[in-house]
Design a protein around this ligand. Sequence first.
Ligand SMILES: Nc1ncnc2c1ncn2[C@@H]1O[C@H](COP(=O)(O)OP(=O)(O)OP(=O)(O)O)[C@@H](O)[C@H]1O
Ligand SMILES: [Mg+2]
Length: 476
Amino acid sequence: MFVEITILAVDDDGMNLAMIDLMLSPLDGTVLKANNGQQALDVLEAFPEVDVILLDLEMPVMNGYETIKHIKQHAKWQETPIIVVTSGTTQVTRTLSLGANDFIAKPYNSEELRLRVMNQVRSKRLSALARDMNESLERRVKERTEELHLKAVELEEEMVERKVAQERLQIQAAQLEKMNETLEQRVQERTSELSERNAEILQAYNELKRVQGQLLQQDKMASIGNLAAGVAHEINNPMGYIIGNLSCLSKYVDKLTTYLDANEQHFASKEPATWQHLVTERKKYDIDHIRQDLPDLISESSEGADRVRKIVQELKSFSRLNNEGVKMSDINEGLESTLAIAWNELKYKVSVIKEYGQLPCVLCNMGQLNQVFLNILVNASHAIGDLGEIRIVTWAEEATVKIAISDSGCGIEPENLTRIFDPFYTTKDVGKGTGLGLAISYDIVVNKHGGSLDVVSEIARGTTFTISLPLKNAHE
Ligand SMILES: Nc1ncnc2c1ncn2[C@@H]1O[C@H](COP(=O)(O)OP(=O)(O)OP(=O)(O)O)[C@@H](O)[C@H]1O
Ligand SMILES: [Mg+2]
């Protein structure tokens, strides 16, 4: 199992050296020889593969102790085991403390020598093996460590690269997100700008339509007023003398009747034949009936004339009120004059019940309020199918005057109650209603007079509009 072993025997006695050579011959090795320490060092220099040194102590030139010191000082020989060959055991401790590995006391037998030599050789080779293994292990560990280190460096570099790439990506993502946000924001801004503009345009358009409608209504009211004033003026003069003549006629009829009675009495007592003739003639011409009917005819005509006069007055009052602007006004008077105007619309199907209360004068634009009354009355008439009733109630309540106009018409669906004041909301056929009446009425009552306009309605039972006007709060 061993490769050939090399032994260095150091002794100044040639006999001893020959003896050792002989004793070790069975080991199949080479025995190198030296006569003193110095020679031994030279041999070692020439044969560094020496496995073990058998060293005598007492020698000339360089004794055994010196030799041990030298050998153990040099790193290249440090591991070479030294077996000290001594004649006594007293030197053993010293040699061991200098670094000798074993000793053999003279006289020794060949068996012991070989055993001790082999022991040292084995232990030297084992420790060399162990050292080699250790070194190779260390080298491998080192290599592995270096590899790992390289790998770690590579990994670290890769990680750094990845991190940089990731950071770049993150920056790009952030930039994209920001761009997205800006874009979204711009789109949102643009959209809201556009919808604002749209709303403005729509509002302006509605306002325009509302103003146009209002102008139309005002025009309508002004023409009605002018027409009413013209008609009233035209009728007023002939009515003057019709009423005057009727009262004259009534007196004349009285006188004529008294005169005829006197005639008849005279002929009845003085000339019966003439009286008889007059009675026949009276019957023939139905004079009794005419005499009986005449006062009725005259009073009916007077009554009719009186009504015409009243209507004329109301027409005049309507046109006057429409042109007077803001002024202390009598609301009941306004309602009356508006009713006269609406009468044509109402007379055939509506009975109007008036419950006017005692009202203080209200600071208002009566013309505008007449427009409100007229629209509510016309709406009420339209809501009544064949026959129905409109009730107008007025009363004073705290610092307000209230006007409730109720009809027995079709009523308004609850979901439409909030819509009826919207401009252009109408359920009437195209061309029949503009849907502006209540919108304008609301504007006049609420915005121009600081009042309120409320509605209560029940389907198939009817509707009540209640106007509430503060006594002194008109804006115009
Ligand atoms: N007394 C009422 N009974 C039932 N429905 C009513 C009554 N008053 C108003 N309405 C409803 O409210 C709608 C709006 O009325 P508004 O007076 O504003 O317009 P209009 O009468 O339709 O048209 P315009 O008055 O402009 O000629 C009417 O079309 C009708 O449907
Ligand atoms: Mg209307």
